[in-house]
Design a protein around this ligand. Structure first.
Ligand SMILES: *[C@@H]1O[C@H](CO)[C@@H](O)[C@H](O)[C@H]1NC(C)=O
Ligand SMILES: *[C@@H]1O[C@H](CO)[C@@H](O)[C@H](O)[C@H]1NC(C)=O
Ligand SMILES: *[C@@H]1O[C@H](CO)[C@@H](O)[C@H](O)[C@H]1NC(C)=O
Length: 263
């Protein structure tokens, strides 16, 4: 079992409700703390500038995205007064670690499609994220491997629609992807509305997307026994605190409930 973004999402409604109540203050403190210590965190992100330059200037015209450049890269072709969205297709891929070595066919199909799109002035711009190399970015988006994410970019500060489309990793071909583009609509895609939406998400708004990326990454490094230990420690101390509170409020042991009981 691995600790996943899905498990975390289950815990999120509580956090998003935190906006309207005193927890706000803790969120701010947490952000401060993260800002202070993030300089000391190891950087697990890998980015090969030379390979990225080759991909961008070669026949694919493919932009390799990393934590440090994804946002500026996606905004780059957007004119300041653009009214029509500029479309990007980004392949969320991975190697042996995050895709268990099964993303090869999807990558080949996508890269082949990029060469075709490079000839078409109206085709989407093409981008590529390797989640083996960019674990923080992928976790901060809560992105599923083996998907195309279609970004409809408009000038800042307009909200950005992002759609995802899962690929069949064993059968996907470039012809299929070209047909997907030629269809001219998003029927085969799903609009992303999650907490981790790269532009409009609550996590981004609160400045928590990147910290969550690190958090999930760190959790995935923990062996399972360590995870169980932490959960058991947390739940025990929470139950302990609640019992203390009850005693304080109730006065004598069993006080409040007993008094309320009809005789
Ligand atoms: C991925 O795993 C395969 C098979 O185990 C191996 O041949 C290949 O070299 C690995 N690739 C990387 C990038 O580690
Ligand atoms: C697809 O292109 C990316 C970026 O250039 C590259 O890293 C990846 O190895 C390519 N994949 C395949 C299967 O050609
Ligand atoms: C991918 O396509 C193959 C062949 O059509 C099918 O058997 C398989 O179930 C598909 N996989 C997924 C994840 O949809």
């Amino acid at each position: 079992m691995r600790f996943s973004a899905a498990a975390l999402v289950a815990a999120l409604p509580a956090l998003s409700a935190a906006q309207e109540n005193p927890l706000d203050q803790y969120v701010a403190q947490f952000q401060q703390l993260v800002g202070k210590y993030s300089a000391y965190l190891p950087s697990p992100s890998k980015y090969d500038d030379v390979a990225a330059h080759e991909a961008k200037t070669g026949p694919k015209k493919l932009s390799v995205l990393g934590l440090h450049n994804w946002e500026e890269t996606l905004y780059e072709p957007v004119a300041p007064d653009a009214k029509v969205p500029v479309e990007w297709w980004v392949l969320i891929s991975g190697g042996n670690k995050t895709c268990y070595g099964r993303c090869g066919q999807a990558e080949a199909a996508f890269n082949e499609t990029a060469v075709k799109f490079a000839q078409l002035p109206t085709a989407p711009h093409m981008g590529y994220v390797n989640c083996d190399d960019q674990p923080i970015l992928c976790n901060s988006w809560s992105a599923g491997i083996g998907q195309i994410w279609a970004f409809e970019m408009l000038p800042k500060p307009a909200p950005i629609d992002v759609y995802k489309r899962r690929l069949n990793l064993t059968t996907v071909t470039s012809d299929e992807l070209v047909a997907l583009y030629e269809a001219g609509d998003k029927k085969e895609f799903t609009l992303i509305e999650s907490w981790f939406h790269p532009f409009n998400g609550k996590a981004k708004e609160l400045g928590l997307a990147i910290p969550f990326g690190y958090f999930l990454w760190a959790f995935n490094l923990l062996p399972q026994w360590a995870f169980m230990l932490i959960v058991s420690f947390l739940s025990r101390s929470m139950i302990g605190n609640r019992a203390q509170q009850r005693n304080r409020q109730g006065g004598a042991p069993g006080g409040a409930p007993a008094a309320a009981r009809p005789k």
